[in-house]
Design a protein around this ligand. Sequence first.
Ligand SMILES: CC(C)(COP(=O)(O)OP(=O)(O)OC[C@H]1O[C@@H](n2cnc3c(N)ncnc32)[C@H](O)[C@@H]1O)[C@@H](O)C(=O)NCCC(=O)NCCS
Ligand SMILES: Nc1ncnc2c1ncn2[C@@H]1O[C@H](COP(=O)(O)OP(=O)(O)OP(=O)(O)O)[C@@H](O)[C@H]1O
Length: 199
Amino acid sequence: MFVVGITGGIGSGKSAVTSRLAAKGIDIVDADIAARTVVEPGTPGLAAIAAHFGDAILQEDGSLNRAALRERVFSDPDQRHWLEQLTHPLIGEEIHRQLSTAQSPYAVLSSPLLLESSQHTLADCIVVVDVPEALQIARTMARDNNSEDLVRRIMAAQLPRDKRLEGADIIIDNSTPLDTLDERVNALHEDLLNRASSR
Ligand SMILES: CC(C)(COP(=O)(O)OP(=O)(O)OC[C@H]1O[C@@H](n2cnc3c(N)ncnc32)[C@H](O)[C@@H]1O)[C@@H](O)C(=O)NCCC(=O)NCCS
Ligand SMILES: Nc1ncnc2c1ncn2[C@@H]1O[C@H](COP(=O)(O)OP(=O)(O)OP(=O)(O)O)[C@@H](O)[C@H]1O
């Protein structure tokens, strides 16, 4: 399977790109979704988080209080590293499992931490969705109702824009209105079909 890694910082527009590729029948594996799967109620992942942070990190129904954990880990790098050493191997297994069932002409692995983690080794080609940082912050604040401070702390845990761009085989500019993205994604899809078939 030809695996296309799609990355970009928080709020850069990875989902905007992958939803358009999914509409063309491309199988999408999303690391953020895999990250949720491995901490669902009843999983060893969630049990380990509750044992480490205490039951106050759970909601009344026993599921993870994601907002509380987000505040916790993005204000304390040690706690973030603890969470990552627990979840990243589990997320990696889930990504492998999902990629192994992919059927489309190429498969997409979308991850905010593709270049920061070993996930990039799974990708035959790396696409970076790029926007200026000010736009990244504005779009994320509008989407998640998070403070600018929290968004900046999350960004500080990710690669800076210039380093991420250095890792790109293909760059998709997502700084213009959403209706202009279709044309760019259509061209990207043709390019990826060609790369996959000529490999
Ligand atoms: C801290 C958690 C509970 C917050 O959950 P929440 O629902 O608020 O956010 P969600 O998971 O949708 O992530 C939103 C965005 O935050 C950024 N982000 C998440 N985790 C990290 C991280 N460890 N380092 C840097 N950025 C991160 C990404 O841009 C991501 O798209 C969650 O992000 C988590 O479990 N993170 C650790 C696992 C991980 O590294 N996931 C990233 C994909 S591999
Ligand atoms: N070109 C655009 N113009 C205006 N708004 C956009 C554009 N692209 C994406 N958005 C909006 O910006 C927000 C972030 O986009 P999206 O959710 O696709 O980013 P993401 O990279 O998947 O983020 P995350 O890493 O947090 O999962 C969303 O609310 C989305 O609707």
